[in-house]
Design a protein around this ligand. Structure first.
Ligand SMILES: Cc1cc2nc3c(=O)[nH]c(=O)nc-3n(C[C@H](O)[C@H](O)[C@H](O)COP(=O)(O)O)c2cc1C
Length: 438
């Protein structure tokens, strides 16, 4: 038998194994409520959705999602940090019953990854927040609804019970109390407080593209929309005709202004003064699980623990706040060591099953993925997100087997090896991630 024949045979067996596995965990294919359109089969990994979204979306929207701040150093580092580690495999482990399921805050999930909170998702896809939440629910992974979203939290929770809510805290205790009352009444059980936005990041790409809230409908912005007809008809027109102008629905206890209305949504500097006392206050008011997002320092993780939070998300906001902020993966071991008894989650640059494995080997209990799911929603709505989740879950399961584990709990630091800068340079000079693609 030639190498080609054996490779083809292996691929057939592997494909069969993947489709068998897919029927049991995190598989959108297995959920009959979600239809994955045929055209979505051409997307083979999370990064594939970005190029298609770039074509479909107005420049200002794609720029808003894809960019970071200033020199984009943190976005690059987030991705590169995963290249700083190589996987050390174990062989002959009979790891055929790979199962990526995990338990977080007492809930079982089909895989140790979820969808990060992303504001303005309903501008990217018709009912974009619901699309992501429904696909996540069907695949049994968590999705976090952003506090800067344009779909009322009550609607999202009804469509996908179990969705988490992320809040940007208002600057006044009474406003905080009323917001938390609304989140609780809507049925959310897990609350994420984002801590890394004392002031908005310096988003030069948005300024360049004229993307701002309130949105000014200049000739340039209008042309940007008109010249992307499939978005204009499928998302913008449908949204305005069927649901009206998008409003900032969940920023505060009451509905906020529309995307076109001028209003001071941040409360005139009160948010900038926010500190640990507000986290203590939230802890005293919120009875559900409480997670602090945007932690990059072990001392802050320890302080969060003292406040009584149930978990932290290590994050630099996908490189959208402080340019040059350290990549979450690089501070993960120190943060896990500081709070070993709390779930430590991480986001930023996670794109592959192997990234999930590296993060868990270095101490993460769970990871979140942002941009690719937004792009997938913009391309295929709920089905697009379901396809993206299934791809990630399938990659993860295949890679578990190749690494030599059956369960995520078998991972430890012995499965990763730091790669020094010289070795990494040689690798990236050869073309890096996509060198194998013709
Ligand atoms: C378009 C967009 C909007 C975002 N909005 C929020 C938000 O409202 N709240 C928040 O905590 N994080 C927000 N984030 C950050 C994500 O939650 C997450 O930290 C980041 O996207 C992870 O990096 P990744 O996109 O490389 O996976 C946003 C990210 C993007 C790309």
């Amino acid at each position: 038998m030639t190498d080609t024949q054996s490779a083809a045979g292996w691929q057939r067996n592997e494909a069969a194994a993947v489709s068998r596995d897919s029927s049991t965990a995190a598989s959108a294919k297995a959920d009959s409520r979600i239809r994955i359109a045929e055209h979505l089969n051409k997307y083979l990994c999370l990064d594939d959705f970005e190029a298609a979204a770039r074509k479909k979306l107005p420049r200002m929207l794609y720029g808003y999602a894809a960019s970071g701040t200033e020199t984009d150093a943190s976005i690059r580092q987030n991705r590169d940090s995963f290249k700083d580690y190589a996987l050390v495999t174990r062989v002959l482990t009979s790891a055929i019953h790979r199962d990526p399921k995990c338990t977080l805050f007492g809930e079982n999930h089909a895989a140790p990854f979820g969808i990060a909170p992303m504001g303005a998702a309903a501008l990217f896809a018709y009912r974009g927040d619901v699309a992501m939440a429904e696909a996540a629910k069907a695949a049994n992974i968590p999705m976090v609804l952003s506090g800067a979203s344009f779909t009322a939290m009550e609607e999202v929770q009804r469509a996908a019970p179990g969705t988490w809510f992320q809040a940007y805290l208002p600057g006044h205790p009474d406003q905080i109390r009323r917001l938390l009352e609304r989140v609780s009444a809507a049925g959310f059980k897990t609350l994420v407080i984002t801590a890394d936005v004392p002031v908005p990041g310096n988003r030069e790409v948005d300024k360049q593209n004229g993307f701002n809230v309130p949105l000014k409908l200049t000739p340039r912005i209008l042309w940007d929309g008109i010249s992307h007809p499939s978005w204009l008809i499928g998302t913008a027109a449908q949204t305005v005709l069927r649901r009206g102008l998008p409003h900032l629905e969940n920023y505060r206890a009451v509905r906020g202004p529309s995307v076109l209305a001028r209003a001071d949504i941040r409360g005139g500097g009160a948010v900038d003064r926010m500190g640990w006392p507000e986290i203590h206050l939230v802890r005293s008011l919120w009875k559900g699980k409480l997670v602090l997002k945007g932690i990059l320092c072990a001392a802050d993780a320890a302080q969060a623990r003292e406040c009584g939070v149930d978990g932290v998300i290590i994050s630099n906001h996908g490189g959208r706040q402080l340019d040059g902020a350290v990549a979450p993966l690089h501070v993960l071991p120190a943060i896990k060591a500081a709070i070993p008894d709390l779930p430590v989650m991480l986001d930023g640059g996670v794109r592959r099953g192997t990234d999930v494995i590296k993060a868990l080997a270095l101490g993460a209990d769970f990871v979140f993925v942002g941009r690719p799911f937004l792009y997938a929603a913009s391309i295929g709505g709920t089905g697009g997100v379901a396809r993206a989740i299934a791809l990630m879950a399938e990659e993860l399961k295949r890679n578990m087997s190749l690494v030599g584990i059956s369960r995520m709990s078998e991972l430890n630091a012995g499965f990763v090896m730091p790669i020094d800068a010289a070795m990494r340079r040689t690798w990236s000079e050869r073309g890096g991630e996509t060198a194998h693609r013709p």
